[in-house]
Design a protein around this ligand. Sequence first.
Ligand SMILES: [Zn+2]
Length: 232
Amino acid sequence: MNDRTKRVLSVGTHPDDIEIGCGGTEALLAQRGFEITHVILTSGEAGSDRVPPWELGPVREREALEAAKVLGAAGVEFLRYPDGLTGFSREMKVDIIRMVRRIRPHIVFVHERGESSLGHRVAGELVLEAVQAGAGPWFQEAGGGPWSPDLILGYEVWHPLGRYGLAVDISATLETKLKALACHRSQTAAVRYDEAVRGLARWRGVMSLSGGDAEVFEVIRVSQGALSCFLT
Ligand SMILES: [Zn+2]
């Protein structure tokens, strides 16, 4: 791993959350040379009323791999926690600390804290807890040395953010985002996420005055100079 490479860790509860929440921004960062890893907590096996969970999980994992490739992500890790998170265990926290210390991300994308989905909120809380603990000397069973990301951004999925701290113009990568989203065929066959994403991106673009299409984020943590990667 080149030490000068800037790294991104994106965490999603389900296989399509990252594409919906921050796919356009990720595609921009990939074009700028960032090395991006997706960590997907559950394989979304509960996400259908027609396909049984044991069949749907592997299908959704394949869709996630395909979508990550479209965005330019370097890798995807599946943690395979049971879909329908209502809380997290100490073991899960250690898993995420291990992941953070191994990847050593400069930027972390995770669900914003006001999400209306409980599973998404649990994932957000788990990641923030793990980042906090992973920055110190504790949890030695997770291995690696302490690591602290420069920037943690909360992305929106089910619940539009009422207030946000960062808007990113994704006009150049909106079509890539939609192409990645279209890989999630098991989901988009039932729900027109593409229409929701296109509409929200345009609304965010107009209302943030970027003029084009945009994604917005809750800025959960920021270190000095960390936002410079979004300046053109
Ligand atoms: Zn989700």
